[in-house]
Design a binder for this molecule. Structure first.
Ligand code: ZN
Length: 378
């Protein structure tokens, strides 16, 4: 069985204290190191079930002596968000104390890493990677958290910053399986996409707002750009945000399959010994994130979806409609049109929307004009 640790968070108010629970498989310090967390957005829970199945599979692998690296699992990465039930609704994306989106605001260590390692990298790839990891751990140790949410961010980052693989499990509103990752990691992670049956892989170096996966990987990417002559590989830090379909897709059979896919990925990367079997065919190519059509509501009203998940659409197709319930009888609905040829991979549940709300995501091929402040949105 794994070693289980409870990491306390700063008390937000007298008489109240929360903690993070962490499971470790394999020996501390063994390589490669893999890190998984779920429910950083605390109301996105399919990943929690996937990690429960992965924990069971790893416990078996450990009993059989097959865990060769180190694996850390944080099955519920946001105890603050998990406690935010308001009038019967779990609201886990933003801190109710105004601390912001829980998957934004992770510290960007890029500049300091590039500065710290100027003229210090050599020709030995393994030595370079080890130096980057210890430097990043040192830079992170200098960061001081003020408040519970910021301490949560720093604690999660400290657990993952020196990993070889760090995957953050989220979900969308209604969606097919898809992945957010950096362009430097494609096609490196195409096997992960194939194993999970991803319908889209969205590639972007800086989606905005500093989400967890980019905060882990960007220091590597910047260092690679700044040291073209040195031996460095983006594959030294494989990160990604796995969007495990929709909020309501909490299903044991599917979660079991996803956990097996993650286990096979760990086997393929040498973290667990065993036979990963044949790789299934890849269901999609990598797509630049700015080629995604984020279909937005132009005004408030009731949203009526017109296209299903996985459906191929063409530019100009009507993909959804909105109507104002108190407009004059006979007033035409507003039609929302696709701006690209592509596949509908995510959409919001039909509901009352406000102007500017994202109601559908279509993975296209051509770069589109984007009007939001950041590609990920808020
Ligand atoms: Zn999320």
């Amino acid at each position: 069985m794994p070693t289980t640790l409870h990491l306390p968070l700063a008390s937000p108010a007298p008489g109240t204290e929360r903690h993070l629970t962490l499971h470790r498989f394999g020996k501390a310090g063994a390589r490669p190191k893999a890190y998984f967390q779920a429910a950083l957005h605390a109301d996105e829970l399919p990943g929690v079930l996937v990690l429960q199945h992965l924990i069971a599979a790893l416990a078996t692998a450990e009993r059989e002596g097959r865990v060769t690296g180190e694996i850390l699992i944080v099955p519920a990465a946001n105890p603050i968000g998990l406690s935010q039930t308001v009038h019967g609704q779990l609201l886990g994306r933003y801190g109710l104390d105004a601390s912001g989106n829980f998957n934004r605001g992770f510290p960007d260590l890029s500049d300091k890493l590039v500065e710290a390692l100027r003229n210090r990298l050599g020709r030995d790839a393994a030595a370079n990677a080890a130096l980057v990891r210890t430097t990043l751990l040192g830079l992170l140790a200098e960061k001081k958290a003020l408040g519970e949410a910021q301490q949560l961010r720093l604690t999660l980052m400290r657990l993952a910053i020196d990993a070889d693989i760090a995957l953050d499990l989220h979900c969308d509103d209604e969606a097919q399986m898809h992945i957010y990752a950096g362009p430097k990691l494609w096609p490196e992670i195409s096997d992960l996409a194939a194993l999970l049956g991803a319908a889209a892989v969205l590639l972007e170096e800086d989606s905005g707002g500093e989400p967890f996966d980019e905060a882990l990987a960007r220091p590597w990417w910047r260092l690679i750009d700044a040291n073209q002559g040195a031996v460095l590989s983006a594959a030294s830090m494989i990160t990604g945000t796995l969007e495990l379909r929709g909020r309501a897709d909490i299903d044991d059979a599917q979660a079991q399959k996803d956990a097996q896919a993650l286990l096979k990925f760990l086997i393929r990367r040498g973290v667990v010994a065993g036979d990963a079997g044949a790789l299934p065919p890849l269901a999609c190519a990598g797509t630049a994130l700015d080629a995604v059509d984020f279909v937005k509501a132009p005004h408030a009203g009731l949203l009526v979806q017109k296209r299903s998940l996985g459906e191929r659409v063409r530019t100009g197709d009507v993909v959804a409609e909105i109507f104002d319930p108190i407009a004059a009888p006979g007033t035409a609905r507003t039609q929302l049109l696709a701006r690209t040829d592509g596949v509908v991979f995510a959409r919001s549940v039909p509901c009352l929307v406000r102007a500017g709300d994202r109601v559908m995501k279509i993975a296209g091929k051509e770069k589109l004009e984007q009007t939001d402040a950041t590609l990920l949105g808020d």
